[in-house]
Ligand binder design. Sequence first.
Ligand code: TYM
Length: 342
Amino acid sequence: MTMTKPVILTGLRANNDLHLGNYLGALLPIVDLARAKAGEYQINAFVPDLHSFTTPIDHNTLQEQIKQNLKLFIAAGLPIDNDNVFIYRQSYIPAHSELTWILDCFTGFGELSRMTQFKDKSQAIIDDRVSVGLFNYPVLMAADILLYDAEYIPVGDDQTQHLEFTRDIAERMNSKFGDLFVVPKPVAEQHQFFNKDQGLRIRNLQDPTKKMSKSDDSSKGVIFLTDTPEEARNKIMGATTDGLSEVQYDYAVRPGVSNLLDILSLLGGDKQAFIGQTQYGPLKSAVSDKVAEFLAEFQSKMAAINERDIWHKLEESEFLLRNVTLQKLYKVQQAVGLRSQK
Ligand code: TYM
């Protein structure tokens, strides 16, 4: 089987409860596109389960987390009844790991050492060793993308450097071995495609100089998709703003307020209505209402999911994609001399 439509692809790691940043940065853009354009594009939404333990996790709960992430795609509105939409688990498609090894051998040690996410995450690990998996993570991510010739990859701003690496390794392989991979679109073009002027970085509500992250020490600044609407409301009402007493959108000077404006507008609210106001209270209330409403709706969709429907779609997608990716892997194996050219 060959697949001919341009591919849009994204993954959500199953290593912790997901938060509003994950939803707005990766889930919402792919679901919006899937709903609007699933006839024109192939949509791949997957759980990069092999990426889940690049940093230490509780392995006893991994199966549950994977299932949870698959359900999140559905609750966010991914139309799994559409034949152009695929959901799958990375480790069920062995070509991901095999392509990673090949790409590894064309990747520079220095190149990976410069990845800011590696530097940040490795510095944050104190009691445990920093794994080679964490170091190698962008190569597995590149394989995830290049195996399917994906052109558009909705991710948050924290993944920009990994996307640039993916383009670099694709171009390097193509120039050495001929046309092996479709090179993903340049990052600026991707933003345009997803109707954004830049990569999205939802900030921590307590410390808006930092991104909202699953691994934050305190959960006060993070809205988890499992938070009750009331918990979320309290977190937003307690969000750090500034002493400037005027609502303006400007991340350099007013990161806290700008973050609230972004959350409001991404959830369908009107941020313009608050610009210029001299009090922050009404903005916080409006954001709280929107987020509470969103969570209540999202959680009721999660509860209503029929797991059997997911399982059926999952197995069907994995079966099909195992074959598609084997063809791609074979082409690469031939190019590097592991298989005869015929
Ligand atoms: P992960 O699982 O850490 O995060 C999932 C997605 O959420 C985005 N994100 C954010 N977006 C906006 N604001 C934030 N505060 C925020 N925090 C996280 C991430 O950018 C990501 O898009 N390496 C990926 C998973 C992955 C992948 C792939 C993605 C593996 N292979 C191939 C795309 C294509 C990751 O760790 O995301």
